[in-house]
Design a protein around this ligand. Structure first.
Ligand SMILES: N[C@@H](CCC(=O)N[C@@H](CS)C(=O)NCC(=O)O)C(=O)O
Length: 206
C-alpha cells in the first residue's frame, strides 16, 4: 500500500503513528509530498481532488482520504487490539478525542497562515486570536479528560500528533499550566511509534 505522506503534517503523522501502533507500518510505502493550496501537486491531486495528504492507495488501487477514514480502514486490516473501539462508550470517547485533535491541528494551521504565510497586508489578527482561543479551550478540555493508564486508542494518537505539531511549529505552549496533559504528552512521545515518525521540514507554498 502507498501512503502519500508529508513529514510535517499532523494528519499524515497521525496515520503513520496509528499504523505503527497497529503493527502494520511495514506494509506501507511512505512517499513524502509537499502540498499547499498555493502549490499544485499533480500526483496528490490525481488521487485526492482536495489536493491534501494523507492519501492511502491500497494494493487493489483503491484510494482513501482523509486521515480518519484511512485510520479506520487500516484498523480493519490487523488482528490485534483495535485502535478504534467497537462499542460505546469507549468508541465515542476515542472518536470525540480524535475530532478534538483534528480541530487543534486545523486551528493551528489557521494560526500559521495569519502569523507567517499570508501576505502581511492581508493578515487578520482577530481571526488568529479566535483560532488560538479554540486551541487553548481544546487543550483545557484534554487536560480535564486525559487518562494516562489506558491502552492508547485513535483519540490518543490524534491528540499526541496534533500537540506535537503545535509544539514543532511553536504555535501555542500547550504544556504551560496543564501538568497532566504535559506529562501525558511527554510519555506518549516516548513510544516507538512517535519516535519513528518525528516531524521535519518546512511548508512550501510555491
Ligand atoms: N482533514 C484532513 C486534513 C488534511 C490536510 O489538511 N493536509 C494538509 C497537510 S497538513 C494538506 O495537504 N494541505 C494542502 C492544502 O490545504 O491544499 C485529514 O485529516 O487528512
Amino acid at each position: 500500500m502507498k501512503l502519500l505522506y508529508q513529514t510535517h503534517s499532523p494528519y499524515a503523522r497521525k496515520v503513520l503513528v496509528a499504523a505503527h501502533e497497529m503493527g502494520i507500518a511495514r506494509d506501507l510505502d511512505v512517499i513524502h509530498h509537499e502540498t499547499s493550496p498555493l502549490l499544485n501537486n499533480d500526483e496528490v491531486f490525481a488521487s485526492n481532488p482536495l489536493g491534501k495528504v494523507p492519501v492511502l492507495i491500497d494494493a487493489a488501487g483503491t484510494v482513501l482520504f482523509d486521515s480518519a477514514v484511512i485510520c479506520e480502514y487500516l484498523d480493519g486490516l490487523h488482528a490485534g487490539r483495535k485502535l478504534i473501539p467497537s462499542y460505546a462508550p469507549e468508541r465515542f470517547r476515542a472518536l470525540r478525542m480524535q475530532a478534538l485533535a483534528q480541530g487543534i491541528a486545523d486551528a493551528g494551521i489557521a494560526v500559521r497562515w495569519e502569523d507567517e504565510r499570508r501576505p502581511r497586508h492581508l493578515r487578520w489578527p482577530e481571526f488568529r486570536d479566535g483560532q488560538l482561543r479554540k486551541i487553548a479551550l481544546a487543550c483545557d478540555f484534554a487536560e480535564a479528560g486525559i487518562e494516562a493508564t489506558r491502552q492508547p486508542d485513535i483519540g490518543d494518537v490524534a491528540l499526541a500528533t496534533a500537540l506535537s505539531w503545535i509544539e514543532f511549529r511553536g504555535v501555542y505552549a500547550f504544556a504551560l499550566g496543564r501538568p497532566r496533559l504535559a506529562d501525558w504528552h511527554a510519555r506518549f512521545s516516548e513510544r516507538r511509534s512517535m519516535r519513528a515518525t518525528t516531524f521535519s521540514g518546512d511548508t512550501h507554498d510555491q
